[in-house]
Design a protein around this ligand. Sequence first.
Ligand code: AMP
Ligand code: MG
Length: 339
Amino acid sequence: MLLAALVTACGCTQNGPLVRELFAMDTYMRFSVYGLTDGEAADEAADAVVRLSGLLDAVDSRSEVYALDHGVGLPVPVSPETFDVIEGALGLSNRLGSAFELTVRPVLTAWGFTEGEHRIPSDAELAALIENVDDGRVGLDAERNTVTLPEGMQIDLGAVAKGYAADEAARILREGGAKAALLDLGSSTILAFGSKPDGTKWKIAVKDPENADGVAGIIETDGGAVSTSGGYERYFTGPDGQVYWHIIDPRTGRPAKTGILSVTVLTDDAMTGDALSTALFVMGPQAAEEYYRENGGIDYIMLMEDGSIVMTAGAEGVFTPYGSRAGAKVSVVGSGADG
Ligand code: AMP
Ligand code: MG
């Protein structure tokens, strides 16, 4: 199973990186690793991500999250990894407030985003479902490694799983002796660490949310996580001609529409970046700016529906608009209390 998921085992060039390509979490991923003497750590990192994918996929009836989502209100024992992901994600959820809720899953299902046919739920259906969206009601027992969801509640780790997996892969690679790596978990989650042997910066493309093959900008960075959330990643067009996407505002149960097409967040660790990109997308430009001013510690780039770009002062130094966004109007959000 694990081996079957490895698409390419090598692809190394002289002095170039060791490359691993794999399919996990519904995505093609590519790890380019520098400074390893053999492929052991790269294999281990790839296997860990495939394993996490199997544990956390809420659609797969063999996964631990599936068992949890069908636990009918009882404590469900999970592996230490799954417990760690959920504990970390709930911590982020607590910090991010009502824009970010792992327990939004029944709402995603109602829209057909989890496994069914896409449809537009009625107001009454959504109102009933959001009653049960509340991450504060998820029970964790660290001694027994169990998680308890009240009956009727389900969680979805789609907003953080790739970020957690990227951090885990980086940890394994560093411990295995890697000096540097670019971990691309399907372009929405990218983590770079260490210095490239040629001394150049890591270059990371930000997708054009209005053109699947296009690039809207380039980030040049010394390292860190780059996480992007966008409606364009999963959506459908309703019979009313409106576009409905997979990032939901838990307060309304409807796709979050705030004028943002995509948010790219720069952070040190990928899990925080992954949660934040989803949360800032839901918050919208104003609340995101308030979050940034109060908390700092991140930078972000928002590609807006009106063609403009909103970004933090720190992002301005590393992001160069490109293609359809070259020459776009840019608003820079000043730094907050912590600079
Ligand atoms: P991302 O691509 O990281 O922004 O994650 C999007 C995924 O997170 C969706 O496909 C859902 O599985 C899940 N999701 C959607 N809305 C929310 C939300 N408000 N809070 C947490 N997870 C969400
Ligand atoms: Mg996310």
